[in-house]
Ligand binder design. Structure first.
Ligand code: IMP
Ligand code: MG
Length: 178
């Protein structure tokens, strides 16, 4: 275990198993769709989750990525900007937004609204983690990996000041480090 980690919440095996279940749920939900599903990863935190999840979606899909400004440290700046936009058109598309964690909900709410504004037919959210206690918007994940308490977590894509994204598990960061 990395010395900056206080405890492990979810092992790689836990996450892979949950992604298999989520992939099956997505497959079931979109099975009868007429158009290919567009799966959009929110950079950079969703990368490992995105990579694991799409392997278990047994449908024809296309993928794309979007990047929004994120936290500096552990607190929300409350100012979300699109840094990298999608390459593909979203008009009339059914989209699944893949996010590492929903905290206040501001990031995913704004991205969702943007995609509807650009003409998406339907936008759903798949999140690896959810911190319901921190929510200040009415948004929720349609497909959720795990509910977690209000602790700062790192690993499996999640960072603290851009570090720890490569850890193969999700752990709680030691408080003395932030
Ligand atoms: P929201 O806009 O408050 O929902 O924040 C979502 C973003 O905040 C996520 O995509 C993460 O980048 C970041 N974030 C929130 N909580 C954590 C955490 O516990 N660890 C790492 N990043 C987090
Ligand atoms: Mg982040």
């Amino acid at each position: 275990m990395h010395p900056d980690v206080k405890k492990i919440l979810f092992t790689e095996e836990d996450i892979v198993n949950r992604c298999k279940q989520l992939g099956a749920q997505l497959t079931e939900h979109y099975r009868d769709n007429q158009h290919d599903l567009l799966v959009v990863g929110v950079l950079k935190g969703s990368i490992p989750f995105f990579a694991e999840l799409i392997k278990h979606i047994d449908l024809d899909i296309t993928v794309d990525f979007i990047a929004a400004s994120s936290y500096a440290g552990t607190e929300s700046l409350g100012d979300i900007k699109i840094i990298k936009d999608l390459d593909s058109s979203v008009i009339d598309r059914d989209i699944v937004l893949v996010e590492d964690i929903i905290d206040t909900g501001l990031t995913i709410k704004e991205i969702k609204e943007l995609l509807y504004h650009k003409g998406a037919h339907d936008v759903k959210v798949a999140a690896l983690l959810n911190k319901q206690s921190r929510r200040i918007t009415d948004i929720s994940a349609d497909f959720l990996g795990f509910e977690i308490p209000n602790e700062f977590v790192i690993g499996f894509g999640l960072d603290f000041n851009q570090k720890y994204r490569n850890l193969p598990y999700i752990g709680v960061l030691k408080e003395e480090l932030y």
